[in-house]
Design a binder for this molecule. Structure first.
Ligand SMILES: [Cu+2]
Length: 200
């Protein structure tokens, strides 16, 4: 989810609320060659004011020396847990301005979740296993979704009218493991803000 300036397009279809007073947006994200992009984050924010805050929780597991899921999206104020499902210890950290923290070498589930209290991109790593990387996009909105393997996402349940077109944050370049680690090294943790280009 670093800044990805390669050409891409996002096709946006607005589906006017078929269910009681709520609207939804269906988005397809593909790269310049037309290949669907999974793990792009799509979210909508109000034109004015703030989206109603909603207490929420999120889980980012460590399984087989990987973070699962690779990409998460959550509303500002989410409490995020980092259960270690491996039989080795991990040391999870982030240097991102949106959330800087470290969970010292641990097994099992740390007693306290981490409060993600600022919007932005949080890039996660493990101090023991350099190939471990994950991205959490914290957004000031409860209306978000991730694209599936067909590049499709549906954001729904928001009030019709008064919302911006969906913003699209692109998935990380490359795959897990060595490629992602190389990217992280290259960019020195400075992934910056997600691409806030408006789709459509
Ligand atoms: Cu680790």
């Amino acid at each position: 989810m670093r800044l990805h300036r390669a050409a891409f397009f996002a096709a946006v279809t607005l589906l006017i609320g078929s269910h009681a007073g709520a609207a939804s947006v269906a988005v397809t994200v593909a790269d310049a060659t037309g290949k669907p992009l999974a793990d792009a984050v799509v979210y909508a924010t109000p034109l004015s004011g703030k989206a109603p805050p909603r207490p929420s929780t999120a889980l980012i597991d460590q399984i087989g020396r990987e973070f699962v899921p690779l990409v998460s999206v959550m509303q500002t104020g989410a409490l995020v847990s980092f259960p270690n499902k491996d039989n080795i210890r991990h040391q999870v950290y982030s240097f991102s301005p949106a959330k800087t923290f470290e969970l010292r070498l641990y097994s099992g589930t740390p007693a306290s979740p981490i409060l993600f209290d600022k919007p932005g991109l949080v890039t996660l790593g493990c101090n023991i296993h350099d190939n471990m990387i994950a991205y959490a996009l914290v957004v000031d909105s409860p209306w978000f979704a991730k694209t599936d393997s067909a590049g499709k996402a549906v954001v729904d349940g928001f009030p019709p009218g008064g919302l911006r077109h969906p913003c699209v944050a692109l998935p990380p370049d490359g795959q897990r493991g060595a490629v992602a680690a190389a990217e992280r090294k290259k960019h020195g943790q400075r992934y910056g803000d997600p691409d806030r280009r408006q789709a459509g």
